[in-house]
Design a protein. Structure first.
Length: 295
């Protein structure tokens, strides 16, 4: 079955009832770019930039180098890069706050980026420079956003850095700025965000909706992506996107699970972003699924 799916990995995904679905890929390790064929996917839906920070904060040039390499690899396909999502399950020495009582509910993701403007500005400058020579507009997304003011704060800092680069005569462009939807408050108020796109982070969304830590196996049964409350928030986010003309993708592990493809399609999802090893199997599951309630 897997071999059969792999044979069709480079073909686009269309459901059994003829609906086109995009399948993007998640990148969390630069080494994969050496071996992964971009033709299996419709672009990059999530780049976890935390790996860049494993030996301390990389400078602007080092980040720019990787972002350019990723854009070149994608060969004209859309690329989405997430700003640093440190904290919670992704502690980064020197950046995350030691000894925080409840790190998953504390200063992580965009909260930490806004608390560390030095780190954030360097990353945004590198992203704005990478956007300058991207063949399709670069998408940048912000993790752990809870309220619109956080996205606006990120946008303001990005715009300041773009203006500063322009003043320095350095080629740059304003990327499309989107928000992750992984906090229930954001899922319930998605329409209030002035976002270029929404990307549902189901791993954290499931954790926060079910109050079950994603790294605690004792509560794994409760951290159920099929909990109706989770599916309701996904459907609402998709509906908010449709109403506002904003693209909605899902980049959490749910999108990498072939057995969940039919459920996500019925929730209205049309853009999946999956782990590289699962792209072919997810496409195969989409081809067998129907989008209608009778399927
Ligand atoms: C998520 O939360 O679903 C997600 C895609 O991001 P991460 O797993 O990196 O937190
Ligand atoms: Mg997350």
């Amino acid at each position: 079955r897997r071999e059969a799916a792999e044979r069709h990995a480079r073909e686009p995904a269309e459901t059994a009832d003829g609906v086109a679905v995009k399948v993007l890929v998640n990148i969390d390790d630069p080494a994969i770019l050496e071996t992964l064929d971009p033709a299996i996917c419709d672009g990059v839906g999530l780049t976890r930039t935390e790996f860049l920070f494993k030996d301390g904060s990389p400078d602007e040039a080092a980040q720019l180098d990787f972002y350019r390499r990723l854009i070149a690899w994608a060969d004209g396909r859309a690329v989405t890069i997430r700003t640093l999502d440190a904290g919670g399950d992704k502690p980064i020495p020197g950046i995350t706050i030691d000894g925080e009582a409840n790190p998953f509910l504390g200063v992580r993701g965009v909260r930490l980026s806004l608390a560390r403007p030095d780190v954030f500005r360097t990353q945004l400058r590198a992203l704005a420079r990478a956007a300058a020579d991207a063949p399709v507009p670069l998408k940048v997304m912000v993790p752990m956003v809870t309220v619109p003011a956080e996205l606006e704060a990120a946008r303001a800092i990005l715009a300041e850095e773009v203006a500063r680069l322009e003043g320095e005569g350095i080629p740059c462009a304003m990327p499309i700025l989107g928000t992750m939807i992984e906090v229930p408050a954001a899922a319930l108020t998605a329409a209030d965000f002035d976002a270029g796109f929404y990307s549902i982070g189901s791993n954290d969304l499931v954790q926060y909706v079910t109050a079950s830590a994603r790294d605690n196996s004792a509560v794994a049964a409760l951290a159920d992506p099929l909990n109706p409350a989770v599916l309701e928030l996904i459907a609402r986010t998709v509906a908010a996107g449709a109403a506002g003309g904003v693209e909605v993708s899902l980049c959490g592990d749910m999108a990498s699970s072939p057995r969940l493809a039919g459920t996500l399609l019925k929730a209205g999802l049309r853009v999946f972003s999956a782990a590289p090893a699962e792209v072919a199997a997810v496409k195969a599951a989409i081809r067998e699924a129907r989008t209608g309630a009778d399927g």
